[in-house]
Design a protein around this ligand. Structure first.
Ligand SMILES: [Zn+2]
Ligand SMILES: [Zn+2]
Length: 276
């Protein structure tokens, strides 16, 4: 754009900052953030600040991230605290996550995402008392976790799956194929106490909606073609790990867009670099 004489605007910088943040280019991010103000007279909006919180948080320096939020000229919105919650989850920093979740719930009383993220962190740490405490708090407030739905796109139609879905015409075949893949990749299957089907029963990882949608894509789409799945909530760690191995074993590209980012699984790894 500079070479052609186009003037970058707020959106350009948002794309640039997001790219820096996802790629871990902290220094470049800072240069751009300062440049948009100094060289282009643009005023950073809450989205730019949220991006910077993500960028700083990814370095693991939460004191710096909190200082940045403190010094922002805007009142921190739930998007800002959401960024902090996401990075603290990736670094397993429960203390910061609890603080971020509290701020979010003060601003948005009906935000279920922050409670779900906390529950998942407690579950990963084996802190079941805390999982149940947060879950009770959610039901006290009348909040319900969003049911996970995954959509797989085939050339003619898209098909949706919920956790533990048995309503599909090919359900038996899909389950059988999913079991086969689990055995091949050596998956240690166990029920996660934080993933449920629509009637609140815990579901084995290889029956999670994203797995059923992916397996259906693998057996239905043209051989060799990528499998493209959309999911309304974050892919769990077990599925993320399994999908990497499945992409390697099947020699297929698997693209999942979840509630936070795109994952491109190919030859055993994911484009997110396991940073989600
Ligand atoms: Zn899962
Ligand atoms: Zn990923």
């Amino acid at each position: 754009m500079k070479a052609k004489g186009y003037r970058p605007d707020e959106l350009t910088f948002l794309s640039l900052l997001t790219a820096c943040s996802v790629s871990g280019l902290t220094d470049d991010g800072w240069v751009l953030f300062k440049s948009m103000q100094k060289d282009y007279d643009l005023v950073p909006q809450t989205e730019h600040y949220a991006c910077m919180v993500d960028l700083i948080g990814r370095t693991g320096d939460f004191n710096e991230a909190l200082r940045f939020i403190d010094e922002m000229p805007l009142a921190p919105s739930s998007a800002i605290w959401g960024s902090l919650l996401r990075v603290s989850r990736n670094s397993n920093n429960i203390e910061v996550a609890e603080m971020a979740a509290e701020r979010i719930s003060e601003i948005q009383h009906d935000n279920t995402g922050c409670y779900v993220a906390l529950c998942n962190m407690y579950a990963d740490a084996g802190r079941w008392d805390d999982v149940f405490r947060v879950r009770d708090l959610m039901s006290e407030k009348g909040l319900r976790k969003t049911d996970a739905v995954s959509l797989v796109e085939l050339p003619t139609k898209q098909y949706s799956f919920v956790n533990g879905d048995m309503s599909h015409a090919e359900s038996l075949v899909i389950n059988e194929e999913s079991d086969k893949l689990s055995t091949i990749i050596g998956e240690n299957l166990h029920e996660r106490d934080d993933v449920f089907d629509p009637v609140d029963r815990p579901v084995m990882a290889n029956r999670h909606s994203v797995r059923l949608a992916t397996v259906f894509g693998l057996i239905s789409a043209r051989i060799g073609s990528p499998v493209i799945v959309k999911k309304n909530v974050r892919v769990c760690d077990d599925c993320h790990d399994a999908l990497k191995k499945i992409s390697k074993f099947t020699c297929r590209e698997i693209v999942i867009s979840d509630s936070s980012i795109y994952h491109h699984f190919c030859e055993g790894s994911c484009s997110c670099g396991d940073y989600r």
